[in-house]
Design a protein around this ligand. Structure first.
Ligand code: KG4
Ligand code: ZN
Length: 347
């Protein structure tokens, strides 16, 4: 068993994440991830071009118990060693959230240990801190996932100020919808990322929506519509033009994300920028953000790619920060909330 012992010993947390289409479990101690397992449902939903909620929840119900068993066996940890259980409470698909949340509550009740209901967005937000010792530092944080695009002023663990979000589609949603238009498989983000590497980002002029709006709001639906109107003008066969279309679309998203994140760092005076969520796996975004932070003299913590898309380690880490702040857990009577917003709990 690789559980950490000694003076820096932190409580052992079992974390569960089932907000959408990944069944994920992890064992964490503070920022250290001892073990993490993710059972992806991507193949299950691919024929439908998106997530089918009922299929997702039924699959979580089948997959979660044996996945927890596998996690504990691989780590050499017995249920009696667990000191807290954490599960995502929202936002996400109600029927999917209920599976992990109910399982987590039942486990905590059986073991007599605290239960933490964790906000999925806070999980993404703090995921760049995984593996880093010390308290959560202040930062200007960009969260870019399939469901959300947020800019947050992080003052410390549990102390957040939302600077802006998207008015319509999330960045990842825009990648997925444009990929669908192009006849590419779900999820579209990684496929566009790969194709764009061979393309010219200046091949097609696409809008940088709200780049000059002077606030921290985003909008990606106009860009999606611009791609929709571009496609009939492209001479067949489409295949040969895909790299240029993907690179041009991707650049339009990334330019706005980078420009607004830099503006957020300037406005808040933060010297650290963090980027998390599934879209943070994007190679070009990582490259552009790195270059922009270097130019501005800012530190950059990019979420490690293994923890960019949905995972349970980030959920366990949020619980660990609350334990470190002296919190004793959440009531088992608490409900899930599919529309849960990012809220501060410090103070
Ligand atoms: O964080 P996540 O797993 O789920 C949500 O909480 O929404 O993010 C999934 C999203 C999908 O939209 C997917 O297309 C996108 O992240 N994504 C990417 C890349 N990898 C995943 N988008 C662009 N480039 C990538 N390499
Ligand atoms: Zn997510």
């Amino acid at each position: 068993m690789n559980v950490r012992t000694g003076t820096d010993r932190m409580p052992l947390v079992l974390a569960i994440e089932t907000s959408c289409d990944e069944t994920a479990v992890a064992l964490v101690q503070g920022p250290h991830v001892l073990a993490s397992e993710i059972a992806s449902q991507i193949e299950l939903h691919r024929p439908y071009g998106g997530v089918v909620p009922e299929l997702a929840s039924r699959n979580h119900n089948l997959t979660l118990p044996p996945l927890v068993r596998l996690l504990l066996d691989r780590a050499g940890v017995g249920p009696q060693h667990l000191e807290a259980v954490a599960a995502t409470a929202g936002p996400g698909l109600a029927s999917s959230l209920l599976i992990g949340n109910t399982f987590g509550k039942a486990l905590s009740l059986a073991l007599g240990c605290p239960f933490f209901a964790v906000n999925h967005l806070e999980g993404h937000l703090l995921s760049p801190c995984l593996g880093r010792i010390g308290s959560v530092p202040p930062s200007a944080a960009l969260v870019v996932s399939g469901g959300h695009t947020l800019l947050v002023d992080v003052r410390g663990a549990g102390d957040y100020r939302l600077l802006g979000s998207t008015r319509d589609d999330a960045a990842g949603e825009a990648f997925d919808k444009v990929a669908k238009m192009l006849g590419l498989p779900y999820p579209g983000g990684p496929v566009i990322d790969r194709l764009a590497r061979e393309g010219n980002p200046a091949a097609y002029a696409l809008p940088r929506s709200m780049i000059g709006s002077g606030d921290f709001q985003f909008s990606f639906s106009g860009l999606k519509t611009a791609v929709h109107y571009l496609l009939p003008k492209i001479p067949p066969p489409m295949e040969g033009h895909l790299p240029d279309i993907c690179a041009s679309f991707q650049e339009a998203v990334i330019e706005v994300l980078v420009a607004k994140t830099m503006a957020a760092a300037r406005a808040t005076g933060r010297k650290l920028v963090t980027v998390s969520g599934g879209v943070s796996c994007n190679g070009r975004l990582r490259q552009s953000m790195t270059a922009a932070c270097e130019r501005a003299g800012l530190d950059l913590w990019l979420c490690s790619p293994g923890y960019g898309t949905d995972n349970a380690a980030m959920i366990g880490f949020v619980a660990a920060t609350r334990l470190a702040a002296g919190r004793s857990g959440d009531p088992l009577e608490g409900d899930i909330d599919p529309n849960l917003r990012l809220e501060s709990w410090a103070g």
